[in-house]
Design a protein around this ligand. Structure first.
Ligand code: P6P
Length: 343
């Protein structure tokens, strides 16, 4: 039943699906409340002095927008006191943020990209918050938490989601029992379900990739995109559309709702880096959502949620969306590797 509140949904998940221990339910409620506060700041825009750069760089070497830091602070302050977290990690912070000793420590680890797509803020294009939830390793409650406790594969996530700050503010969430969408009801200040059990529509001929990087891509990616561009007279026998928002949350949300494929693959600009997007708080949570919606998420060869986590801010290639399209791209990588190996 749509229109039910997030709170009712979480209580029912806890009761009916046994999918939601109390601390995890509290965590999701608190993150959702923080996303309401972030939405409020995003929507103030220029009138609230929210636009522009801070003149600093984050750990990624990227220019920090005011809202990057504001959203990060909102998430830290909202979560640190609740007793549900052992620690947090953020795209905007080099080190992890252990729960301060003045607060009780919980059994979960929360990772987030507080504002994804922040280069779009000043031109009023949708941005979002991405979050991922892991369990702290057994025994962590009796020792100092460190970054190694976060080094878990995406397959161990217990929850993931994003908020997208667009014409509507939406929260899209999974706890492993499907994907659910909630809209922010600003009159009531509550999240109300707008779609249950989202599944990615199949065979929607639309690809999302930054075409300006074409000359830097590996051959399998160029082969896939060339076939899309060849249209109905080419190998695919149909025409394709293309979209690129440069905001992963907006591109992934579009794919969840109407289908298609999103790619940010390895490219030769930085050959030592596997990709641009971050594994722990961008690719893994989005992969969890996409798989729960019947799609697939690979780095080109390996299932993203099986990629070994070795560093908090490690990067990964991303090919996700319609399972058949992703499988085609993966098959092209494997064919290429086989040809290279036998050459
Ligand atoms: P490019 C935003 O900076 C981001 O991390 C993702 O949200 C987005 O998909 C990608 O980078 C855009 O990268 O190179 O096209 O600007």
């Amino acid at each position: 039943m749509t229109n039910k509140t997030l709170t009712r949904f979480l209580v029912e998940q806890q009761r009916e699906q046994n999918a939601l221990p109390g601390q995890l339910r509290l965590l999701i409620e608190i993150v959702a409340r923080a996303c309401k506060a972030i939405s409020h700041s995003v929507n103030k825009g220029a009138l609230g002095g929210m636009l522009g750069d801070l003149g600093s760089e984050n750990v990624q070497g990227e220019v920090q927008k005011k809202l990057d830091v504001i959203a990060n602070e909102i998430l830290l302050e909202a979560n640190e006191w609740g007793g549900h977290l052992a620690a947090m990690a953020s795209e905007e912070m080099e080190a992890i943020y252990p729960t301060p000793n003045r607060f009780p420590r919980g059994e979960y680890l929360l990772l987030f990209d507080p504002i994804d797509g922040s280069s779009n803020i000043d031109v009023d294009i949708s941005v979002g918050t991405i979050f991922s939830v892991l369990k702290a390793p057994a025994g962590a409650e009796s020792r100092e938490i460190d970054a190694n406790d976060f080094m878990q594969k995406g397959a161990t996530q217990v929850a993931a989601g994003y908020a997208i700050y667009g014409p509507q503010t939406l929260l899209v969430l999974t706890v492993g029992t499907g994907v659910y969408e909630f809209a922010l009801d600003r009159d009531m200040g509550s999240w109300r379900m707008t779609q249950a059990n989202i599944t990615i529509p199949k065979n929607y001929a639309e690809f999302a990739i930054n075409m300006s990087n074409y000359r830097h891509w590996a051959p399998p990616v160029r082969r896939y995109v060339d076939e899309c561009l060849a249209g109905k007279d080419g190998a695919r026998g149909k025409n394709f559309n293309m979209r690129w928002t440069a905001s992963m949350v907006a591109d992934v949300h579009r794919i969840l709702k109407r289908g298609g494929i999103f790619m940010y693959p390895w490219d030769a600009r930085k050959p030592d880096m596997p990709g641009k997007l971050r594994l722990m708080y961008e690719a893994n949570p989005m992969a969890f959502l996409i798989e729960q919606a019947g799609g697939a998420a690979f780095d080109g060869r390996t299932r993203i949620m099986d990629v070994d986590a070795t560093a908090l801010h490690q990067r990964v290639g991303v090919v996700l969306g319609d399972a058949e399209e992703v499988e085609r791209v993966v098959a092209y990588h494997r064919e290429h590797d086989a040809q290279t190996a036998s050459a």
